[in-house]
Write a protein that binds this ligand. Structure first.
Ligand code: FAD
Length: 149
């Protein structure tokens, strides 16, 4: 995708208990819908699942990003959907993926180290820089994993 100004929106939400119990299946469903909808709308992004929380970045044309966020916000698979930031950005950070989902595991040490509250992850403390730092670190690991495969 081209490097030109885009709108980037970052939010977090809490997974419902049913989703948290069957996270792999739920995320596979979400990812399938996301890729199908995001690709034609020129949206790219990353979805992170960590300790019952979703953290997602959506980037693309402003109207398309707002429309997608509106749909996502009505989705019963999560609640407490909380906007962290939504603004113009110079370039995409997650251009590799229409949407990529990664669940954080204990072995993702570089990421775990970024969660400064080591024992439990509190999304209410996320700021735009800390959320993007986390998502960008996940993106680096995801690219390395893909190259190694
Ligand atoms: P339809 O498929 O017609 O579904 C109707 C309603 O049912 C919608 O409210 C939908 O949210 C809900 N629904 C759909 N499937 C299920 C299910 N398996 N269980 C319970 N309810 C369901 N969509 C994108 O297009 N791009 C994204 O980047 C994206 N990211 C997401 C991130 C998260 C954390 C979540 C929870 C969802 C995400 N989605 C994303 C999915 C999005 O919320 C919609 O389900 C999807 O876009 C289809 O929307 P629709 O209006 O066509 O719904």
């Amino acid at each position: 995708m081209q490097h030109r100004p885009v709108h980037r929106l970052v939010y977090w939400s809490r997974q419902t208990p049913a989703v948290a119990l069957n996270l792999d299946t739920a995320v596979a469903d979400i990812l399938a819908a996301s890729v199908a909808n995001n690709a034609p709308a020129a949206i790219s992004g990353l979805l992170l699942c960590v300790q019952g929380v979703f953290l997602q970045a959506l980037e693309g044309p402003e109207d398309a990003v707002r429309t997608a966020y509106g749909r996502i916000g009505r989705d019963p698979r999560h609640h407490e959907v909380t906007l962290i930031s939504a603004k113009r950005a110079d370039q995409r950070l997650f251009a590799d993926w229409s949407m990529c989902a990664r669940s954080l595991t204990a072995s993702d040490k570089a990421i775990v180290d970024l969660l400064d509250a080591k024992a439990s992850f509190d999304p209410r403390r996320l700021t735009e820089p800390s959320a993007l730092r986390l998502l960008e670190t996940v993106a680096v690991i995801q690219r390395r994993t893909a190259q190694a495969a």
